[in-house]
Design a protein around this ligand. Structure first.
Ligand SMILES: [Zn+2]
Length: 230
């Protein structure tokens, strides 16, 4: 059966409750609007995200609620693995849990962090996802914060999803979200500029590393930024 952007099943596996919003929410909105089915797995509940001067009781529970509120805007119900924030490692039980999820949901693509991401939790999860996906599902790596050391080869036009993305990040009020709204927007503007976009254009960037039998997954993706000549 041919899978398209409209019929795609996406499994998104992120380390912390606000990662999907900061890194890929514009693309998820594009997929959702096209009709794709999205499952979101969050490995930790973000209990390490303590902001100075704030004492939020049951922070993990609080952050799960924030993530659920954001996800609800795309009809997504996040599943939390409740592993230790700041202590993720590529352990067999994590790989096993992800394998089971892949077996049950049968995604067409799994989106996770980059193996070269700045955050150790993100790198550990990227390793576990690659083991779990093996040769059954293609894996798409998302742009790390700041894009440092990351060489994208997939871009998604998120210009019309800029506000939806900002609103989703703002659901994470416990994390002083304006700093992420601004940084993510700057990064998305810069990624659009790499595609010769104007100052009002936005793009999210990914990296796909072809492995047999998933050599080219463009038919699953939302539209790229329009080609603009110099
Ligand atoms: Zn994170």
């Amino acid at each position: 059966m041919t899978v398209t952007t409209q019929s795609a099943r996406l499994l998104v596996v992120m380390a912390h409750p606000d990662d999907a919003e900061i890194f890929i929410w514009g693309s998820l909105t594009a997929w959702h609007n096209a009709g794709a089915q999205i499952q979101l797995v969050v490995a930790t509940s973000g209990e390490g995200g303590v902001r100075q001067g704030r004492d939020i009781p049951n922070l993990a529970q609080h952050r799960e609620k924030e993530a659920s509120n954001a996800a609800a805007t795309l009809d997504i119900f996040p599943h939390f693995l409740r592993l230790p924030d700041g202590g993720l490692s590529d352990e067999p039980h994590l790989t096993h849990a992800l394998k089971e999820r892949i077996k049950a949901f049968k995604p067409d693509v799994v989106i996770t962090h980059s193996p070269s991401d700045y955050h150790a939790d993100h790198r550990a999860l990227a390793a576990a996802v690659q083991s779990a996906a093996s040769f059954t599902t293609p894996v798409l790596f998302c742009d790390p914060l700041g894009g440092v050391g990351f060489e994208p080869n997939v871009y998604v036009d998120v210009t019309s999803h800029r506000e939806a993305k900002a609103a989703a990040i703002r659901c994470h009020a416990s994390q002083d979200p304006e700093r992420f709204v601004a940084r993510a927007d700057l990064q998305n503007q810069w990624r659009a500029f790499q595609c010769n976009g104007g100052l009002d254009d936005r793009a999210e960037a990914f990296r796909f590393e072809p492995r047999y039998p998933f050599t080219d997954i463009r038919s699953l993706l939302p539209p790229a930024p329009a080609v603009k000549r110099l």
